[in-house]
Ligand binder design. Structure first.
Ligand SMILES: Nc1ncnc2c1ncn2[C@@H]1O[C@H](COP(=O)(O)OP(=O)(O)OP(=O)(O)O)[C@@H](O)[C@H]1O
Ligand SMILES: [Mg+2]
Length: 258
């Protein structure tokens, strides 16, 4: 498989704090890559830099061999990287469908004049998007697809997280970043959600996922490879067994009780 995303010498400083420190790493097509490390080790910062939210202090990010270091979040999203956020970004008063479409800017590009005067094509676009959102929800969880017109505020935690995942998936990304999907959920809910995401992703062997996760059991069950960060640097990488056998990882992050 070929390299989909890579970074070299990636450094992100916030004043005197170095959140990413000369990071070199690569994500291969078809990877389910676990990104782990202690609080503040730079995991979310990596997502923020790779999706164009922050411009790095130095270093480069390549996506499909194209330099995306200076591109805007919208450009990067259109190129095929979608993400979820560590803290929920749902509008609880809006419906499931509206929340999913908030993330789908690249397909709603008509502008107000078009929407005012071309009502028919706007409605056709609306129906088309509704169908896409419904089938995406259905692929993840059929019961949730039936609740597409309900406000998100009525949903439980796992359904809200499913909506966030659908919002990222509806753009048909080549690369999906999930930032701690287990936050606020039980072990069982996390396991169910990740099983659904993996079942969905297996339909496309090129589907590529980077998963930030503190729960090592989730990492063990879902990933084929892990990268461990510490102080913004890569501590080690490999499959779950080799990474967790590393004495530095045991000491720096995992503790000795694994
Ligand atoms: N916008 C910012 N301004 C200043 N400092 C920041 C900013 N974003 C991140 N940091 C700092 O950079 C470091 C890395 O933060 P980051 O959020 O990437 O860690 P993380 O590995 O995702 O941690 P966690 O597991 O707690 O989510 C932390 O010390 C954090 O306080
Ligand atoms: Mg984080």
């Amino acid at each position: 498989m070929s390299v989909l995303l890579s970074c070299t010498g990636l450094t992100m400083r916030f004043g005197g704090l170095t959140a990413l420190d000369s990071l070199d790493m690569a994500v291969e097509e078809g990877d389910v890559l676990g990104l782990v490390g202690p609080n503040g080790s730079g995991k979310t910062t990596f997502f923020n830099v790779a999706t164009g939210i922050y411009r790095p202090s130095s270093g480069k990010v390549l996506f499909q061999d194209e330099d995306i270091t200076a591109k805007s979040p919208q450009e990067i999203y259109r190129m095929g990287i979608a993400r979820t956020f560590q803290r929920s970004r749902l509008c609880l008063d809006l419906t499931v469908f509206d929340n999913i479409m908030i993330g789908n800017h690249k397909n709603l590009d008509f502008g107000i004049i078009h929407n005012l005067f071309k009502r028919r094509s706007f409605m056709a676009e609306y129906e088309d998007n509704l169908e896409k959102a419904r089938s995406m929800l259905h692929a993840l969880n059929p019961a949730l697809a039936k609740r597409i017109h309900q406000p998100v505020g009525l949903l439980n935690m796992i359904d809200r997280r499913r909506v966030e995942v659908c919002r990222a998936l509806v753009s048909k990304p080549k690369l999906l970043f999930l930032d701690e999907p287990s936050a606020g959920m039980t072990h069982d809910e996390t396991r169910r959600l990740m099983d659904e995401v993996l079942a969905f992703s297996r339909a496309d062997e090129k589907f590529t996922l980077v998963l930030i996760e503190h729960e090592m059991e989730v990492i063990r069950r879902t990933t084929n490879r892990c990268i461990v960060l510490n102080f913004g640097r890569k501590l080690c990488e490999g499959d779950y067994e080799s990474v967790t056998a590393d004495p530095f990882v045991q000491e720096a992050y995992l503790g000795t009780d694994l």
